[in-house]
Each structure stands twice: as structure tokens, then as C-alpha cells.
Design a protein around this ligand. Structure first.
Ligand code: 13P
Length: 251
């Protein structure tokens, strides 16, 4: 049985008070019957406190939004995988399109980050996704195949078991325009076939592949019901407790 996930990627939003109340409210309202792992991905500065709050109830955990490609040393402002792991954090997001485009993160840099994360026993939420132009000129399947082949498909089987794939079409991120359930399912099934070809069917059947891009309570139900979709990576709708809780309750 594949694990299901609802992961809230807060990006650079919320003050400390807002962050703590959002987490406390979510934890107090969501009961233990939810069949998804719920993960908060706050900015680094809040990870410690939110990680402590998540220990109160099973099923909740925290993720870093990024990690350094270096192990340690003179890299002002950077946070290493070792630091993240030693703070009790289990996950890290790598390859988000905002990091690829705004911070010029190449596949080479992503591979270094992946190695750092794996060496420090972090589970990786690895993002991939195509632009609107690539969607419209029908190269979107090839684009995703290349993004995965250049990075996580280079890993050995044991390392790959620590990967959760997040398909996030760039044209759907923060635009209010989500992929249709058909478009998302097509891509998720394709990603699963790629995993099968690169590793084997058993690995493919056991890898969680989640969808991200303008998921809201009003549109996510149909997406999450698709056979190959194992949950969501949520941006905007993870910033207020009522939307986030509604999304969690879809599981
Ligand atoms: P939105 O849900 O705001 O579109 O963001 C998705 C995302 O980028 C999550 O990582």
C-alpha cells in the first residue's frame, strides 16, 4: 500500500504567531483516522517549534523547504542536511520550480542536494513539472522524463526508496489554474511507467507520487481520487487552517 501525503509548502509566508496557531489548530481538529501523512513545510526558522508541536499527535511531521548542496563550511545563510536532520526533521523538498528558476538550481546542484539529504537520512520530496509552453507544444512528457532521468533515476534502488515525487506543472503553481484530473492522472501514470522501466514494477507500485498546483478544497477531491495520485503538495491553500484541514479531510 502506497503512503498518502498532504504536504503544506508555506514558501516565504506567515509570521511566527500565525505559523504556530495554524499548526496548533490543524493538529487539534484533525483526528487520528486520517489516512494521509500530514507534513508542514515551514521556513527554516520555525522548523524546531513546529517539529515539537507535531510530536503531540501521530501522523504529523515537518519538512524543510530546501537544503544546501554542501556538507558544511563557509556558506553564509545556508542550512545543511545534517542540521535539518539533527533538528528532528524527516523530509526535505528538493527541485521545486521556484528554486530551479529563481535560484538557478541546475540538475547538477539538485544531485548534490539529493546526496546530502540521503547521507543524512532525510526523505526527499522531489519536484518536477513543465512550463505552459512545454505543455502546449506537447513536449511535457519528455520534459518530465528528462528531469527525472537526470536526477533521481540515477539513484540506486535503496536510495530511491526515500523519494516521494511531486508533479507540479509550473503553469498551475499559484495561478489558480489547476491541472484537470485527467491531465494529472495522465502524467502520474506516465511517471509510474518511467519508474517501472528504470527500476521495476514493485518499486513503481510503492512510490508515492503527489500532485501540486493550485489545489483547493473545491478542486482537489477529483484529483486525489485518481488511481496514480497519492496526495498533494499544497501552496496557497496550506496557509489557512480551514482550507488545509478541508484538504486533509479528503483522506
Ligand atoms: P499553489 O498551491 O499555491 O499553487 O503552490 C503549489 C506549490 O508550489 C507547492 O509546492
Amino acid at each position: 500500500m502506497r503512503k498518502k501525503y498532504i504536504i503544506g509548502n508555506w514558501k516565504m509566508n506567515l509570521s511566527k504567531n500565525e505559523a504556530l496557531s495554524l499548526v496548533k489548530e490543524t493538529i487539534s481538529v484533525v483526528d487520528g483516522n486520517v489516512k494521509a501523512n500530514i507534513v508542514f513545510a515551514p521556513p527554516f526558522i520555525f522548523l524546531n517549534e513546529i517539529s515539537d508541536l507535531c510530536k503531540i499527535k501521530s501522523g504529523f511531521s515537518v519538512s524543510a523547504q530546501d537544503c544546501s548542496s554542501n556538507e558544511l563550511g563557509a556558506f553564509t545563510g545556508e542550512v545543511s542536511s545534517k542540521m535539518i536532520s539533527s533538528a528532528g526533521v524527516s523530509y526535505v523538498i528538493i527541485g521545486h520550480s521556484e528554486r530551479r528558476s529563481n535560484f538557478k538550481e541546475t540538475d547538477e546542484i539538485l544531485n548534490l542536494k539529493i546526496q546530502q539529504a540521503l547521507q543524512n537520512k532525510l526523505q526527499i520530496i522531489f519536484c518536477c513539472g513543465e512550463t505552459l509552453e512545454q505543455r502546449e507544444n506537447d513536449s511535457y512528457l519528455d520534459i518530465i522524463s528528462t528531469q527525472l532521468s537526470n536526477t533521481i533515476f540515477k539513484l540506486g534502488v535503496d536510495s530511491f526508496k526515500n523519494i516521494i515525487i511531486a508533479y507540479e506543472p509550473i503553469w498551475a503553481i499559484g495561478t489558480g489554474k489547476t491541472a484537470s484530473s485527467l491531465q494529472a492522472q495522465e502524467m502520474h501514470a506516465y511517471i509510474r511507467s518511467l519508474i517501472s522501466n528504470n527500476f521495476d514494477k514493485n518499486i513503481s507500485d510503492n512510490t508515492s507520487v503527489i500532485y501540486g498546483g493550485s489545489c483547493k478544497p473545491s478542486n482537489a477531491k477529483e484529483i486525489f481520487e485518481q488511481d496514480d495520485i497519492d496526495g498533494g503538495l499544497i501552496g496557497g491553500a496550506s496557509l489557512n487552517s480551514s482550507d488545509f484541514i478541508s484538504l486533509i479531510k479528503l483522506f
